[in-house]
Design a protein around this ligand. Structure first.
Ligand SMILES: [Zn+2]
Length: 145
């Protein structure tokens, strides 16, 4: 499951940070997950709870929040959010889409890194679109002991 893969990579980074800083305990973990990662926050939290074991991580508090995706135009600097982007994404020709059976979700679900390829700037029309926020997982804060 996608969420478990994401959770595992978070746990790996936390352990790495703890090791680098010679910490023996991690007490709190603040995580920000980009909207484009398409993770179910509840499932991710459950996965983390299962994976947080061992002397260093056991009992650590997890704070999880989803960071809204933002897009920006490299040509004119215009910025916009996922809501606006979804309108553009919903107008993609059906032939280009890989739909999941019984799903009305945006079919790009599993390929969020392709989003910018289907977007263009609503102000200047440029298709040189960047995703400065929303496609990554950030460890915002670790409280270690
Ligand atoms: Zn533009």
């Amino acid at each position: 499951m996608h969420e478990f893969t994401v959770a595992q990579s978070i746990v790996d980074s936390v352990l790495h940070e703890a090791e680098v800083r010679n910490a023996t305990r991690v007490k709190e973990i603040d995580i920000e997950v980009g909207q484009l990662m398409q993770v179910d926050r509840r499932v991710l939290k459950d996965a983390l709870t299962i994976l947080i074991t061992g002397p260093i991580l056991k009992g650590a508090k997890i704070h999880l929040r989803v960071a809204r995706a933002r897009f920006s135009c490299r040509r004119c600097g215009h910025r916009w959010t996922m809501n606006e982007a979804k309108k553009q994404l919903s107008s993609i020709s059906d032939k280009l889409l890989v739909r999941e059976p019984d799903s009305r979700e945006l079919p790009l679900h599993f390929l969020p890194y392709l989003y910018p390829a289907f977007l263009h700037c609503s102000r200047c029309g440029s298709s040189d679109v960047e995703v400065p926020e929303g496609e990554e997982i950030i460890l915002r804060r670790l409280v270690m002991g």
